[in-house]
Design a protein around this ligand. Structure first.
Ligand SMILES: [Zn+2]
Length: 375
C-alpha cells in the first residue's frame, strides 16, 4: 500500500510517511501509521506461505527475495495437563520473532533507496536486521553495549554487519546508533521505536487467526520487553475487526523487570521507568518501554493484564518446554510461565489459548547449561 502518513501517539502531530522518521519530529513521541491499515480478508494472498501474504495491509510491497519468513507453525501442546496452542516464532529464519518487524522494515528501506541502517541491540534484533540487510544489499551497523558476549554478536557479524561496542548505559548505546544514522542514505532502524517495525510484528496474530480457521483465540500469552508483539496484536485486531473483539492479551515480563505490572498495581495509565534487575529473560530487560502507555491501554481494552514472572517459575517452565521438544531461549518461556501462574490462581480460559514462543534456545547456550546443571 502507498500514501500513508505518521501520527504521533502523544501530541497527535501528523507528518508525511517517511521511512527515516522513527519518532515524532515535534515532541519525540511514538509514531503510528495513519490512518490505521485495514485488511479485507479477500486480499490475503493465500498461496504465499510467508508473512507477505498480508502485503495488502503492510507498508511495504512484497520484495522480490525473502527468507521465507512467516507462517510459523501453530502446534497443539499442553501445560500442566491443559491444552494450549504453541506459536513457534523461534522457527523464523534468524531464530526469533524479530524477523517479522525487520523483514518488513528493511524491505521498505531498500525500496526507498536507503543504503545503510543502524541499530542498537545485543541480540535478536541485531541478528534479524543484519540478515535482512544482507538479503537486500544494505550495510548494517550494529551498536551493542560493551560487555556483550562475543558469542551473542556472532550471528550478526556472520551476516556481514559491522559491530561496534559502546561503553555506558543502554541509552548511550541507542544514542550512538542514532548519531551514526544522521547521514544521508542512512536510517536508524529501531526495533523499539520504528512504526514500520510494529506493522511487521502484527503478522503473528493475523497468522494465528488464519490457522485457527479465521477465528480469534480466547487468550494469548506474550513475552514483553519493548512490547512490539503486543502493539502488533493491537494492530492485527484493528486491521480485521476494528477495536471490538480480538483475544484477551497477557503481557509476560520477568518479575525482575516488570514496569507494566508496577504501573498496573498503581492503577496508572503511564509506565514509570525502572532499573532492570537480573533475570535469565535478558530479552525482556527493558525498564522504560517507549510504548508503555499504549501497552497498558492494549491490555485494558483486551480484558487482559500484565503478569510478573518470578525467576524460579520461569526456569521450571523453560525446562518443561524443552521436555516437549520446544528448545526456546529463557525469554521465550515468559508467556508459558505467565499462563501457568494464571491457571494456578484459578483463571479459566473461555476458549483456545495461544502461547507465543519467541526465540530459539540455540542462541543462549550458556543459559541452557545453567538451567540443566541446576535441574
Ligand atoms: Zn508528538
Amino acid at each position: 500500500m502507498t500514501g500513508w502518513s505518521l501520527r504521533c501517539s502523544r501530541c497527535g502531530h501528523l507528518s508525511p510517511g517517511d521511512v527515516a522518521q522513527w519518532r515524532c519530529p515535534r515532541c519525540g513521541g511514538v509514531l503510528a501509521i495513519d490512518p490505521p491499515l485495514r485488511l479485507d480478508p479477500a486480499a490475503i494472498a493465500s498461496d504465499d506461505p510467508t508473512l507477505w501474504r498480508y502485503a495488502a495491509v503492510l507498508p511495504a510491497a512484497r520484495p522480490r527475495r525473502t527468507l521465507g519468513e512467516g507462517m510459523t507453525p501453530l502446534v497443539a501442546g499442553e501445560l500442566d495437563g491443559e491444552p494450549v496452542w504453541f506459536k513457534l516464532d523461534f522457527s523464523l529464519p534468524t531464530g526469533s520473532f524479530k524477523d517479522r518487524g525487520a523483514s518488513v522494515l528493511v524491505a521498505s528501506l531498500a525500496a526507498a533507496g536507503v543504503r545503510c541502517l543502524t541499530v542498537d541491540s545485543s541480540g535478536n534484533a541485531a541478528a534479524a536486521f543484519a540478515a535482512y540487510a544482507a538479503l537486500h544489499g544494505l550495510e548494517a551497523r550494529v551498536f551493542a553495549p560493551a560487555g556483550t558476549s562475543a558469542e551473542k554478536l556472532l550471528q550478526a557479524r556472520a551476516y556481514g554487519a559491522l559491530v561496534e561496542l559502546v561503553a555506558g548505559p543502554r541509552e548511550t548505546v541507542a544514542a550512538a546508533a542514532q548519531a551514526a544514522a544522521r547521514v544521508p542514505g542512512r536510517v536508524y532502524a529501531s526495533h523499539n521505536w520504528h512504526p514500520i517495525f510494529v506493522e511487521g510484528t502484527k503478522t503473528w496474530l493475523l497468522e494465528v487467526w488464519e490457522q485457527l480457521g479465521r477465528r480469534w483465540p480466547a487468550a494469548c500469552f506474550v513475552p514483553v520487553g519493548g512490547g512490539s508483539l503486543l502493539v502488533g496484536a493491537e494492530l492485527a485486531v484493528g486491521a480485521l475487526d476494528g477495536r471490538a473483539g480480538g483475544p484477551l492479551l497477557v503481557a509476560a515480563q520477568p518479575a525482575a523487570c516488570a514496569p507494566l505490572a508496577r504501573a498496573w498495581e498503581r492503577g496508572s495509565d503511564e509506565v514509570d521507568p525502572l532499573p532492570p534487575g537480573e533475570t535469565l529473560a535478558e530479552g525482556a530487560r527493558i525498564g522504560a518501554p517507549p510504548r508503555g502507555a499504549l501497552l497498558l491501554a492494549a491490555l485494558r481494552r483486551s480484558g487482559g493484564w500484565p503478569e510478573a514472572v518470578p525467576e524460579p517459575v520461569l526456569r521450571e517452565t523453560v525446562r518443561l518446554l524443552w521436555r516437549q521438544g520446544l528448545y526456546v531461549e529463557p525469554t521465550a518461556g515468559l508467556g508459558a510461565a505467565a499462563y501457568r501462574l494464571a491457571r494456578r490462581r484459578g483463571w479459566e480460559p473461555a476458549g483456545p489459548v495461544v502461547v507465543l514462543l519467541t526465540g530459539s534456545g540455540l542462541k543462549t547456550a550458556a543459559a541452557a547449561r545453567e538451567l540443566l546443571e541446576e535441574a
